[in-house]
Design a protein around this ligand. Structure first.
Ligand code: FBP
Length: 549
């Protein structure tokens, strides 16, 4: 297979690791833990994995050795840069413990475990994927591991392969499932451990212990580069307003981080919209003010960042979406209707009057997108809703009214963009390459020590990699009870943007200045892999601000 010069160079990159993982380690157990909330319920549901202690890896002299360990790995959910490095770290870690150890990859996500679809990952295969983006080494999937029959199938498959531990690389839901699986396997005493790894570009799997999920760094840097390029173009051509929607599902971490890196004229934050109970019209009004102000200074261009989950955080929209979710769940009558018009009429006939009015007020295309298929959790797939187009249309209409009244003299010409898939498989930044490899190596020590129900933990991430700390955090510690599909379930608490947190506070303190006619754009440029550390090894601005840097 042909490779670019950078691909070839990256294949030879040796990820930096914390000192604690460079040689032999011993596991030190700390305090017992509690779940973040709902302790009694979580304890009852996880009698075997609740309250486990935090683990720290301490360097020691000598060499770690183990029996040959067979381990299975699963990539779960959306792609995130660095997944291949978790797997190469796992492979190297296992081989260092015992060269007879084997690593199996379950194919196509969690369904690979249930259906017994796997591949042994040999050195040749691993070497092809070191420091590369993507999840194509074994593929990923969104099958939920939650039914007993699935867990039992997993036991059979693991028995056949002599697998002692399963590593699940996933987001909050996949790690919740990892914990349920760990508890079940302990209860069954089948000798299979389960370890989770924190993945998602969305950045919403973080807490007191997990400083960031992997992939967030590279994805944001990729989008920020593109935003910077667009800003340079806007500032050169001086004729377009760019409405840029960014992935991230519910949380606005990606939009916020990209704003901190590129300083656009406007950055919407869904969590703020919800806290202020803003309507769609109020959001439009805020954008219009910035456009009019810049137009008054002769600037008919700019950039606006929009988090992809925005629409769900507008209170009236949330009610409408909830009604649609309930209405469309397993609704064969709706599915059998022929054509968009028939479906639209059906939906209108079932909504409450307030939601019906809102639904009717939306452009037809957006209204249709709201009724598309739901994800396996029953949620609307926000990545398919073109909020940026909705805003362009509404802003355009409002500006036309202002123009007719003589209150706006500018020219509004808008372009829409959606950045999501462009960043999910980017070549991992040094940060993600190092972080992921360390997570993988660290997981092998947890496995060798017989641990289960833990997430592989690497922290102190704003320091140079050598000073990072490694260990394990019990997954039950991150859990609380939440309503899912109408029932209370134990889940890892999702981290939305904290409006009192330093990253948002920074945006708030600077947004007026960024909206101003005086251009404040930053042009971050592409991710750099080779060169000075201040260019190549910086973590995200979010992480730096959160850690007081
Ligand atoms: P995960 O939560 O699985 O990491 O996925 C992240 C994400 O990229 C979201 O930002 C986005 O909304 C979603 O996946 C898109 O899903 P799909 O890959 O199914 O189009």
């Amino acid at each position: 297979m042909q490779k670019s010069p950078l691909q070839i160079a990256r294949q030879g990159y040796q990820p930096k690791m914390p000192v604690a993982l460079q040689g032999a380690v011993r596991l030190v157990e700390g305090e017992k833990t509690h779940s973040v909330a709902d302790q009694e319920e979580i304890k009852k549901l996880f009698p075997n994995t609740y309250g486990l202690p935090i683990i720290t890896m301490e360097p020691m002299s000598g060499k770690n050795e183990s029996e040959p360990l067979n381990v299975g790995v699963i990539l779960s959910g959306g792609q995130a840069p660095g997944g291949h490095n978790v797997i190469s770290g796992l492979y190297d870690g296992l081989k260092a413990l015992n060269p007879k150890s084997k690593l199996y990859g379950f194919l196509g996500g969690p369904s690979g475990l249930i259906d017994g679809k796997y591949q042994e990952l040999t050195g040749d295969i691993i070497n092809e994927y070191r420091n590369t983006g993507g999840f194509d080494i074994i593929g990923s999937g969104r099958t939920k591991l939650e039914e007993t029959w699935q867990f039992d199938n997993g036991i059979e498959v693991c028995k056949q392969l002599g697998i002692k531990a399963i590593v699940i690389i996933g987001g909050d839901d996949s790690n919740t499932n990892a914990c349920v699986l760990a508890e079940y396997y302990l209860q069954k005493q089948c000798g299979i451990q389960v370890i989770g790894c924190p993945k998602t570009i969305d950045g919403d799997l973080k807490n007191e212990m997990i400083e960031t999920s992997f992939g967030f760094d590279t994805a944001c840097k990729t989008y920020a580069e593109l935003i910077g390029n667009i800003q340079r173009d806007a500032n050169s051509a001086k004729k377009y307003w760019h409405f840029i929607r960014l992935m991230g599902r519910s949380a606005s971490h990606i939009a916020l981080e990209c704003a901190l890196q590129s300083q656009p004229n406007v950055c919407l934050i869904s969590e703020e919209v919800e806290a202020k109970k803003m309507t769609l019209n109020e959001i439009v009004e805020d954008i219009v003010k910035v456009i009019v102000n810049r137009a008054n200074a002769g600037l008919n261009f700019g950039t606006i960042l929009i988090p992809e989950g925005l629409i769900e955080f507008i209170p009236a929209m949330r009610v409408l979406i909830q009604e649609l979710n309930d209405m469309l769940a397993n609704n064969e009558e709706f599915s059998s209707l022929d054509g968009d018009d028939a479906k639209r009429e059906y939906v209108k006939s079932k909504l409450t009057p307030a939601s019906c009015e809102l639904y009717r007020s939306l452009p037809k295309g957006i209204a249709r997108q709201l009724t598309l298929d739901r994800d396996p959790h029953g949620n609307v797939m926000v990545s398919q809703i073109e909020t940026e187009k909705l805003l362009i249309e509404m802003v355009g209409k409002r500006l036309a009214v202002l123009k007719a009244n003589g209150e706006y003299k500018g020219k509004f010409s808008a372009l829409n963009h959606f950045f999501g898939y462009e960043g999910r498989c980017a070549m991992p930044s040094n940060f993600d390459a190092d972080y992921c490899y360390s997570i993988g190596v660290n997981a092998t020590h947890l496995i060798a020590a017989g641990k289960t129900g833990y997430m592989s933990l690497v922290r102190n991430l704003t320091r140079p990699a050598a000073e990072w700390l490694a260990g394990g955090v019990p997954i039950t510690m991150m859990m609380n009870m939440e309503k899912r599909n109408g029932k209370m379930k134990p889940v890892i608490q999702k981290a939305l943007v904290d409006l009192n947190g330093k990253p948002f506070q920074y945006l708030q303190a600077h947004r007026e200045e960024w909206a101003d006619p005086v251009t404040s754009y930053i042009y971050p440029g592409p991710i750099q892999y080779y060169g000075p550390t201040e260019v190549c090894d910086q973590p995200t601005r979010t992480l730096l601000l959160e850690r007081g840097k």
